[in-house]
Ligand binder design. Structure first.
Ligand SMILES: NC(=O)c1ccc[n+]([C@@H]2O[C@H](COP(=O)([O-])OP(=O)(O)OC[C@H]3O[C@@H](n4cnc5c(N)ncnc54)[C@H](OP(=O)(O)O)[C@@H]3O)[C@@H](O)[C@H]2O)c1
Length: 331
């Protein structure tokens, strides 16, 4: 049956301006790193994407290497776009990235012009798109001059293959340099995509200040530390969890489910209950309390997780004593 988007889709989502740009993103976005690959169930992936759009999640985050196998998440998305979402293309912000390993030889990863131009062309084909809304350089390249990598981002925008560009996993210092080069080229750095959760607070050590000063947005990834910041691992490792999946490719491994982490999770879970939330919801609200965060990217394996996580928007403010308690649990 043909899909028709919910007429209520814009009623509950909050949209935040991305830095000082004209673009607004939903406070909660959907990422296709895991659960949308060729090894995953297509109908489940399709249901999650349709539900997300019905709930106002207009921003879908991809990368060339998402799967597994690499490239297959873009293919899955391309199929869902073709079957269901194509009439809504102008209501969607679709992103992709390149930087990690994609193909053999010297041109299949990092930050050269040769790699980035070819990779984006491949991504557009896999998704059946003429352009993406945001193209990211996925990780800094210690060998390619930053001027070359930033010039490719500028080129891609001028060619009409991306509307905006961003960077991901860059340090605060490298981010400052990249922003300056892009400004000089006339293509501003729209956004930085950074790992940020209660368990990984590196962005607080300078990156968020650099982004705010320069009017660049920030989108947070792995907000639940890949599921660790939920109540799912309190009583062991469930068979259908990411930690049990052995997916590789950076996915959560069982050695992260330590007694120390689980003890913190139990205390955070109690605090979340006092706020009328579950831990996953509180962990998302905690990131969104900072207005410098444009959006938080959710990774979900089931539609119910998406419904559950969206509830976090009902309470994104924290009292001083709650923040103090969270800091002491995490210390
Ligand atoms: N730029 C980069 O380098 C980079 C790197 C990593 C990720 N990302 C982006 O960020 C996105 C999100 O990353 P992530 O998947 O690591 O995010 P995450 O939110 O930290 O982890 C997602 C996992 O948490 C569990 N989960 C989600 N909602 C839940 C809920 N309400 N209750 C209980 N458990 C819940 C699920 O685990 P189960 O699968 O066990 O059910 C889900 O697969 C990616 O898809 C990608 O788009 C970017």
């Amino acid at each position: 049956m043909n899909y028709t988007a919910s007429p209520q889709r814009y009623q509950e989502m909050e949209y935040r301006r991305c830095g000082k740009s004209g673009l607004k993103l939903p406070a909660l976005s959907l990422g296709l790193w895991h659960n949308f690959g060729g090894i995953d169930n297509f109908e489940n992936a399709r249901n999650i994407l349709k539900l997300a759009f019905d709930k106002g999640v207009t921003h879908i985050d991809l990368a060339n290497n998402y799967g597994p196998p690499a490239g297959s998440a873009e293919e899955t998305f391309g199929q869902v776009l073709k079957k269901d979402l194509k009439p809504y293309r102008d209501e969607l912000v679709i992103t992709t990235k390149a930087g990690f390993y994609m193909w053999e030889g010297p041109y299949g990863e990092w930050g050269s012009k040769k790699y980035l131009v070819s990779s984006l062309d491949q991504s557009l084909k896999r998704m059946g798109l003429d352009y993406v809304d945001i193209f990211y350089h996925h990780r800094p390249d210690p060998e390619t001059p930053l001027e070359e990598t930033m010039a490719v981002l500028d080129l891609i925008v001028r060619q009409g293959k991306a509307l905006y560009v961003g960077i991901s996993n860059y340090s605060a210092t490298d981010t400052e340099k990249a922003i300056k080069i892009l400004n000089d080229l006339g293509t501003p750095c729209l956004i930085h995509q950074a790992k940020y959760s209660m368990f990984d607070r590196w962005v607080e050590g300078g990156l968020l200040d650099v982004l705010e000063t320069n009017g660049t947005g920030c989108v947070a990834f792995s907000p639940l530390a890949q599921g660790l910041l939920s109540n799912k691992y309190i009583k062991g490792i469930p068979a259908d969890s990411r930690a049990a999946s052995g997916r590789g490719n950076g996915a959560l491994e069982q050695n992260r489910i330590t007694e120390e982490n689980v003890n913190k999770v139990i205390k955070l879970n109690d605090l979340a209950a006092q706020r009328g939330q579950n831990l996953a919801q509180m962990a998302l609200s905690w990131i969104l309390k900072d207005p410098r965060i444009t959006s938080v990217i959710l990774g979900v394996s089931k539609p119910e997780q998406l419904t559950d996580s969206l509830e976090c928007l009902k309470n994104t403010s924290f009292s001083e004593s709650e923040l103090h308690e969270i800091n002491s649990i995490l210390a």
